[in-house]
Design a binder for this molecule. Structure first.
Ligand SMILES: [Zn+2]
Ligand SMILES: [Zn+2]
Length: 316
């Protein structure tokens, strides 16, 4: 909890590093005005003088409202005019955090050099995405084939083999084997006092500020590395019913066997279109009788086609 010497620069004669507690400039005699601010250095001498220490701990200096003199908090009457301290403003005491330690050259160089590359890559990617997928041209197309497709997605229950540390094994797993292995973990071994900054005491002196930070060590310990089987649902077949004659198909029949389940269904209209000597495909999700009627064979639309030849929108 060291208290260190602060300094101030004389605004009148320019003399640097006047001792903080000194109320007048040793070179020109100008008084240490309230507008003068204090600074210190990390290796500034620690204060050992009992009277100065008492003054440092008494708090920020006060400014005489009558003559403007800067007074130590231990004084009751103004050193300049003798007025009592009542109602006087104190200088501000403030906390100054230490600068974070300068990053090592490799750590600092990398992000700075990477940032322009990352930005440029992002710009190029965005440009490519825009040109290929977002920018479109208009093409007049006609429906060549229209079908209503309904699907049922099936999932199968599959036994998966895996291994993990004991505490990470899923609760529904069946254990098939285990071995003891060494591993390491980070444990808190205690705390350490670290200097995190200093406090401008507002009286020409500064106090180091410390904080208790947790301290960690790597600890080796034994754990079980477990092999296990676990059943998981994975994507299986897609059942499909399709009609191209303008009628609505039923959903595919699906009766779940043991180890099977339905995972979702879809109903959509798939179109084949032609225009400008080319053919296109387009899928409308959430099919209905009305949408099927709209997409009769021969019906004409304006298609918005992107550079890779996909229709992004169909406008009547
Ligand atoms: Zn001076
Ligand atoms: Zn005064």
């Amino acid at each position: 909890m060291a208290i260190r010497m602060g300094y101030w620069d004389c605004p009148a004669c320019g003399k640097k590093k006047n001792p903080g507690p000194e109320r007048g400039c040793p070179q020109c005699g100008t008084s240490r005005d309230p507008s003068v601010s204090f600074y210190t250095e990390d290796d500034a001498p620690a204060i050992t003088d009992a009277a100065l220490l008492e003054r440092a701990k008494a708090g920020a200096d006060w400014v005489c409202p009558y003559c403007g003199a800067d007074n130590a908090a231990t004084r009751n009457a103004c050193v300049g005019c003798g007025a009592v301290m009542d109602g006087a403003k104190h200088r501000e005491a403030r906390y100054i955090p230490d600068q974070p330690p300068p990053p090592t050259s490799t750590a600092s160089a990398k992000p700075r050099r990477l940032l322009p590359i990352v930005l440029m890559t992002a710009a190029v990617l965005f440009g490519a995405i825009y040109l290929l997928f977002i920018r479109t041209r208009a093409v007049t197309v006609a429906v060549a084939r229209s079908s209503w497709v309904k699907t049922v997605q099936v999932e199968d229950l599959v036994t998966q083999h895996a291994s993990a540390w004991r505490s990470e094994v899923p609760h529904d797993a069946r254990i098939t084997g285990q071995v003891t292995k060494e591993r390491t973990r980070r444990v808190q071994s205690g705390t350490e006092k670290l200097k995190v900054g200093k406090k401008d005491l507002g009286n020409g002196m500064f106090e180091d500020v410390y904080e208790n930070k947790p301290k960690y060590v790597e600890q080796r310990y034994s754990d079980e590395w477990v092999s296990y089987d676990v059943d998981r649902w994975v994507q299986g077949r897609t059942l499909k019913e399709e009609r191209s004659d303008g009628s609505e198909p039923p959903y595919p029949a699906f009766a779940a066997q043991l180890g099977q389940r339905e995972a979702g269904r879809s109903s959509e209209i798939r179109l084949e279109l032609s225009g400008g000597g080319k053919s296109y495909e387009f899928t409308e999700k959430n099919a209905s009788a009305a949408s099927l009627a709209r997409y009769k064979v021969g019906a004409r639309f304006t298609a918005k086609v992107n550079l890779v030849g996909s229709i992004t929108e169909l406008v009547p």
